[in-house]
Design a protein around this ligand. Structure first.
Ligand code: CU
Length: 381
């Protein structure tokens, strides 16, 4: 295995050299090509072994791990540890619950943050207390079903996957064991996102650097909970017991709940996302299974990477944006007015009746120029 890798490394290095010579009509052209090509050029195992290693401390969404917006130094190997937890979770405050499948105990799983050309080295642990086999497919990675083919872990097993973050952007990851288990696990919460920042940070469409004061991760989740003959949500005793019922409700394509961060109200009231007037917030929104259309009521998407790609020009000044099922997107907004903002999936049936709503609570001074209640409601004269 190692030997083949070495041979492949040698071949691609030779191809790279001959390409550079052929293109190198001028020194500048050759340099530009070689810089780009260097990023794409495979590193040998010994080169990767020589890179600095950092452990990323995972935190539960909506928060992100501590990170630099602009990378310090060259590529690193970022060690990440996910422990799979099958757990009973409340979905709303009316008794709906689910035996969720989670990475590190939360729906969505924790966000990973790295920079382009860093390596992610994930240890995936499936404790023997779990009932089912799991794995992980990273949309940010290349090859082997996004790593899904190399990470099947039965209860009592663990594995380590390393991949290079070659594309800058925000991307979904999710469990994808096999067949019907794939959507079953995804709609039981087993998904999350990774943010791969450009090494020199985010940029606007003119190439100017962008910074954020806060970043929040919102993972939208569709659930398909089954009801009994009396119309009550069925309770189950253990993880996986709902499989047959779930497949039937899933096939209707009609979710019982569409929520942010695992449950109705997970990001409202006391759990509102906080910032102040004048601060810029990066909102990362993922949906592993279903299209969605985020909208900040009373605000805008100043700069929006709808497709999630930071390598492509962002869009600007959007009222509502679109995130395709199986993708993540990011939006930057500088708050200009204090108060409570609802951030919703602007299919308002899904937002209000099914749960896809969050709150931003913004501190600061009201600006009468932007908005003023000239006359409060009174009876019509
Ligand atoms: Cu799974």
């Amino acid at each position: 295995m190692r030997k083949t890798d070495d041979i492949q490394d040698g071949v691609s290095r030779r191809n790279f050299l001959s390409t550079t010579v052929a293109v190198g009509a001028g020194l500048l052209v050759a340099e530009a090509v070689s810089l780009d090509a260097q990023a794409a050029m495979p590193n040998t195992e010994s080169e990767i072994a020589g890179l600095p290693r950092v452990k990323q401390k995972m935190v539960a969404p909506p928060f992100l791990p501590k990170h630099d917006q602009v990378a310090k130094g060259g590529p690193k190997v970022v060690e990440v540890r996910f422990v799979i937890e099958e757990k009973l979770m409340a979905v709303d405050d009316e008794g709906a619950e689910i035996w969720a499948f989670t990475f590190n105990g939360s729906v969505p799983g924790p966000m990973i943050v790295v920079h382009e050309n860093d390596y992610i080295e994930l240890t995936l642990v499936n404790p023997e207390t779990n009932a089912l086999e799991h794995n992980i497919d990273f949309h940010a990675s290349t090859g082997a079903l996004g790593g899904g083919g190399l990470t099947h872990v039965a209860p009592g097993e663990e594995c380590v996957l390393r991949f290079k973050a070659t594309k800058a952007g925000v991307f979904v990851y999710h469990c994808a064991p096999e067949g019907a288990m794939i959507p079953y696990h995804v709609v039981h919460g087993m998904n999350g996102a990774i943010m791969v920042l450009p090494r020199d940070g985010l940029k606007d469409k003119g190439g100017m650097g962008l910074k954020y004061d806060h970043a929040y991760y919102i993972g939208e989740q569709d659930y398909y909970l089954a009801k009994d003959a009396d119309g009550e949500y069925i309770k189950y005793e253990f993880a996986g017991e709902d499989f047959e019922d779930s497949l039937e409700t899933m096939k209707t394509l009609l979710p019982s709940h569409v929520v942010f961060n695992g449950a109705v109200g997970a990001l409202t009231g006391d759990n509102a996302l906080k910032a102040s007037v004048g601060e810029t917030v990066l909102i990362i929104h993922s949906q592993a299974n279903r299209d969605t259309r985020p909208h900040l009521i009373g605000g805008h998407g100043d700069i929006v990477w709808q497709t999630g790609s930071f390598a492509d020009e962002p869009q600007t000044n959007l009222e509502t944006w679109f995130i395709a099922g199986g993708a993540a997107g990011a939006a930057l907004y500088t708050f200009k007015q204090p108060g409570i903002y609802a951030y919703v999936n602007h299919n308002l049936i899904e937002a209000i009746l099914l749960g896809a709503a969050a709150h931003f609570k913004i501190a600061g001074k009201w600006n009468d120029d932007l908005m003023k209640q000239v006359k409060a409601p009174t009876p019509i004269k």
